[in-house]
Design a protein around this ligand. Structure first.
Ligand SMILES: [Zn+2]
Length: 297
C-alpha cells in the first residue's frame, strides 16, 4: 500500500512537471503560439495586471454606451509621411508592426498631446474573425491599433506604466469589394518579412488613410494593453466607421506571416474582457445609428 501511494505521488509529480513545462514552452510570452485556452490563461495569470479590472479588449454593447457628444474631436498632425520617411515594417512573431516617427501626433481629443510610436494589427483566419474588440459581440475580420504615448513622458516604455501614459486609436477592418490602395502599401511587403523577427523598409505614405474616412464617431473607454504586461494605462478610442480591404488583402494578412517553428502567425487577438463597471462613452447619439454600420462584411 505504501509503495503504491509513493508511486502514485511520483506519478502525479511527473504529470505536473510535464504539464507545467507544456504550459510554458514557447508560449510564456505570446499566447497565440499555443492553441488551447488553458495555455492562454496560464500565460496571462503570470502577469498581475492581466487579472485587473480595467482590461482590454472589451465588447462594446451599443445599447449600453453613454452618448457624450461633448467629447473633444480627434485631431491628427503629421500623419502624412508621403515622400518623407522610410518606415520600418516588422514581423516580430506576434504581430505585424509599423514603426512611426514622433512627428505624428494626436493634438486634441485628450488632456495632453500624444506622440505616435507604432501601429500594428490583430487578425484571425479565414474561418475565425480576429478583431480584439467586438461590437455587440460581433468580431470584425481584423483590427488596427495606432499606439501613442503622452508627450510629457520621454518615450513609449516610460509612458506605458503611467496612468495617463497611452492613447490607442483602434479601427475595425472589414471586407469590401475592392483592394484598399492604402493598406496595399503595407500588405504588398508582407512576403519580404514572412519569417519571424524580420523587417523591411517601405516608402512613407499617408498613414491617416489607414484609419476610417470619418474620425468623428468613436467610442472611448479606459483599458489596458491587450498583451502582457497588460498595464491599465490606455485611453482607448475605437472608431465607429470601419475600414475596408478586399478578401485577397485580408487573406494576405492571414496567410503570409510566420511565427516560431515556421508556424502561421494568426489569431493574435485576446478575447473581450469584463467591464467591471467601466463606462463606455460614445461621441455621438447611438440611438440614431443603424445596425448596418457595424456589419463587418
Ligand atoms: Zn493591439
Amino acid at each position: 500500500m505504501y509503495c503504491y501511494c509513493v508511486f502514485l505521488l511520483y506519478l502525479l509529480l511527473v504529470l505536473f512537471y510535464v504539464y507545467y513545462n507544456a504550459l510554458l514552452s514557447g508560449s510564456e510570452k505570446w499566447p497565440w503560439k499555443g492553441t488551447i485556452q488553458i495555455k492562454l490563461d496560464a500565460w496571462l495569470s503570470a502577469f498581475e495586471h492581466c487579472n485587473g479590472k480595467s482590461q482590454s479588449p472589451i465588447n462594446i454593447d451599443t445599447h449600453k454606451v453613454f452618448s457624450e457628444p461633448r467629447l473633444p474631436p480627434i485631431k491628427l498632425e503629421g500623419y502624412d509621411l508621403t515622400g518623407s520617411h522610410a518606415l520600418t515594417l516588422i514581423n516580430d512573431g506576434h504581430t505585424l508592426q509599423l514603426s512611426l516617427p514622433s512627428s505624428m501626433r494626436v493634438m486634441s481629443g485628450f488632456d495632453h498631446v500624444y506622440v505616435a510610436a507604432q501601429l500594428h494589427f490583430h487578425w484571425g483566419t479565414k474561418e475565425v474573425p480576429g478583431s480584439e474588440h467586438t461590437i455587440d459581440h460581433v468580431h470584425f475580420p481584423a483590427e488596427i491599433h495606432v499606439v501613442h504615448y503622452n508627450s510629457k513622458y520621454a518615450n513609449l516604455s516610460e509612458a506605458a506604466s503611467k496612468a495617463d501614459g497611452l492613447a490607442v486609436l483602434g479601427g475595425f477592418i472589414g471586407i469590401g469589394l475592392h483592394d484598399n490602395d492604402n493598406y496595399e502599401k503595407i500588405l504588398s511587403a508582407l512576403t519580404d518579412i514572412s519569417i519571424e523577427e524580420s523587417d523591411t523598409e517601405i516608402p512613407g505614405f499617408n498613414v491617416r488613410h489607414l484609419l476610417p474616412d470619418s474620425l468623428d464617431r468613436f467610442y472611448r473607454y479606459n483599458g489596458s494593453l491587450t498583451t502582457p504586461p497588460c498595464f491599465q494605462t490606455v485611453s482607448w478610442t475605437l472608431f465607429n466607421d470601419s475600414i475596408r480591404v478586399s478578401r485577397r488583402q485580408l487573406a494576405a494578412l492571414e496567410d503570409t506571416l510566420k511565427t516560431e517553428h515556421n508556424k502561421l502567425l494568426s489569431k493574435n487577438f485576446r478575447a473581450p474582457q469584463l467591464l467591471h463597471g467601466r463606462k463606455v462613452l460614445a461621441s455621438f447619439h447611438t440611438e440614431s445609428t443603424t445596425r448596418s454600420m457595424y456589419s463587418p462584411y
